[in-house]
Design a binder for this molecule. Structure first.
Ligand code: SF4
Length: 283
C-alpha cells in the first residue's frame, strides 16, 4: 500500500471482502503503514475485535504488535464498562490506552450547563460529546494512517452504508471496519464461542452501551441504538465520531437480511455461557 486515499481504500475494501476476521486484520496490518489505531468502546463488537487482534498477536506490546488499542474515557461511563476494561486487559495481557477530556473544557461545560446539561438541547449534547469524545478522538488518531472500528452496517440507519474500508478525507487516513458486514447474531456467537469477556449490561437489555446518563435499556421491537440519546430524533443520534463518510466501496454495505436490527425476543437471551469469565488465556 502506498498512501491513504480513496482509491487505496476501495482496493483494500475489495480485498477484505470474503476474508475471515483474522485474515482481514492480518491484511490490514500488512497493508497500512505507520500508526494503526483501534478505538474500542468496550461494547460487544469491539470486544470481538480486541479478541481477534490479541489472538493474532497484533495488539501493541504483542509479538506482531501493530495496533494500538485505545478508548475514550469520557468520565461518564458505566461502572460495568470500567470493569470490562480491566477484565479485558487482564484476560489478554494488554493495555488499553485512555484518552480523557481536556480538564478546562470539562470544567467549563459543567459550570455553564450543569452536570447533566447535555439534556437541555441537541446542541448542548453535541457540545458534551465534542469535548468528551470528539476532541480526545482527534488526539488519539493524530499521525495515524489507519483507524480500526467495530462499526457494523446493521447497527442503525445512520450506519447502513458502512464499508469494510473507506477514505476519511477529513483525517487523512483509511478507516477500517472489519465487522461491517457482520450481523449482531454473528458477533454474539463469536463472543460466546470464544469466551470473550464482555460488558454484563449486554445481558440486561443494553445492545449498545455508551455513557451512563445517555444510555438506557431497549424494549422488545426497538432498534439496537434506540437506547442511545433516546430523547432525540433518530437522525440526530450520532456522537460525532463517525461522520463525514465517503464510501469507498459499497459491496460491504448493508445487504438484504442485514438491515438495521430490530430486537426480537431471541436477542434478549444472554450472550453468556457459564465460562463467560475466562481469565488470562491469550497471553
Ligand atoms: S454520551 Fe452523553 S455524557 Fe457522554 S459525551 Fe455524549 S452527551 Fe456527554
Amino acid at each position: 500500500m502506498t498512501r491513504p486515499d480513496r482509491q487505496t481504500a476501495e482496493a483494500l475494501a475489495e480485498r477484505l471482502s470474503g476474508l475471515d476476521l483474522t485474515s482481514r486484520l492480518n491484511l490490514i496490518a500488512a497493508e497500512i503503514p505507520g500508526r494503526l489505531v483501534f478505538t474500542t468502546s468496550l461494547g460487544v463488537e469491539d470486544q470481538a475485535l480486541t479478541h481477534a487482534l490479541a489472538m493474532a498477536k497484533l495488539a501493541a506490546g504483542q509479538a506482531k504488535g501493530r495496533v494500538e488499542i485505545v478508548t475514550l474515557d469520557t468520565g461518564r461511563l458505566f461502572t460495568e464498562t470500567y470493569d470490562t476494561w480491566a477484565e479485558t486487559e487482564s484476560a489478554y495481557g494488554i493495555r488499553i490506552t485512555a484518552y480523557a477530556p481536556e480538564r478546562a473544557a470539562a470544567e467549563e461545560f459543567v459550570r455553564d450547563e450543569g452536570i447533566n446539561g447535555f439534556r437541555r438541547s441537541v446542541a448542548a449534547r453535541q457540545a458534551c460529546c465534542g469535548f468528551r469524545k470528539v476532541e480526545p478522538l482527534g488526539r488519539a488518531l493524530e499521525g495515524a494512517s489507519g483507524w480500526l472500528t467495530g462499526l457494523r452496517a446493521g447497527q442503525s440507519a445512520n450506519r447502513a452504508e458502512t464499508p469494510l474500508a473507506e477514505f476519511d478525507a477529513a483525517r487523512g487516513l483509511i478507516k477500517l471496519n472489519p465487522l461491517a458486514d457482520w450481523t449482531r447474531a454473528q458477533v454474539d456467537s463469536f463472543v460466546r464461542e470464544n469466551f470473550v469477556p464482555y460488558n454484563v449490561l449486554h445481558d440486561r437489555g443494553f445492545p449498545s452501551i455508551g455513557c451512563a446518563p445517555c444510555t438506557r435499556a431497549v424494549k422488545l421491537g426497538e432498534p439496537e441504538r434506540a437506547g442511545r440519546w433516546w430523547w432525540e430524533q433518530e437522525d440526530k443520534k450520532e456522537c460525532g465520531l463517525h461522520v463525514g463518510r465517503q464510501v469507498a466501496h459499497s459491496a460491504a454495505s448493508v445487504q438484504p437480511g442485514q438491515e438495521p436490527a430490530v430486537l426480537e425476543p431471541a436477542a434478549f437471551e444472554t450472550i453468556k455461557t457459564e465460562t463467560h469469565r475466562q481469565p488470562e488465556f491469550a497471553r
